[in-house]
Ligand binder design. Sequence first.
Ligand SMILES: N[C@@H](CCC(=O)N[C@@H](CS)C(=O)NCC(=O)O)C(=O)O
Length: 208
Amino acid sequence: LANRGADWSPKFTPDPRKAPKAKLPVLVDEDKTIPDSDQIRDHLEAKLKVDFDEGLTDEQRGQSRALIRMMEEHFYFAVVCDRWLDETVWPLIKTVYFGHLPGLMRGFITRVARKQAIGQVNNQGMGRHSPDERFERARKDIAAVKAVLGDKPFLFGDKPTGADATVVAMFGAAAGTPASTQIRDHIREDKNLMAYLERGREAMYPTG
Ligand SMILES: N[C@@H](CCC(=O)N[C@@H](CS)C(=O)NCC(=O)O)C(=O)O
């Protein structure tokens, strides 16, 4: 996974509405726009003839899949709640995500976006838990990742694999929440985890 494949550069947008599934991320590859991180991975593995999990046993591949799903379908929603539900974080998110919008539109768009985000976490279920309950769920996910990581450089050894790409992105997002939350501070206070995030970014993210 590290230092291989095609060159790419990230382009950040807070507005997923024009994406094929109205979700981010998407990969723009020549004339194709590929939605969804799972489909992006499949596309890259097929096109570049690489295996993100090269060298892993079937058991490790199973663990990798389970970790990715835990991050994307569980932990992710705890981070969404931190950002959109929490009354102390929300005003900062509003500025960071929507500060570029003209004042008049900003009020309207942020109200709609927040209502949608709250509807989503309530339907999914995470939004129904109290902040302490959500933290406890997220903390157990973090502990599970740390148990797999141990004192290895990456989750399954010396080299990053598919699960590292997801975990580094998700923990990085959680650590980057623009105000103090239990989840954010729990990750930030963990020196080993922060060193792992740094290592992951260095190995997998474009430079410059
Ligand atoms: N399983 C998808 C989920 C992506 C996802 O939930 N993206 C969020 C932002 S990180 C999104 O676009 N949300 C916008 C919305 O739900 O309106 C993937 O991994 O690509």
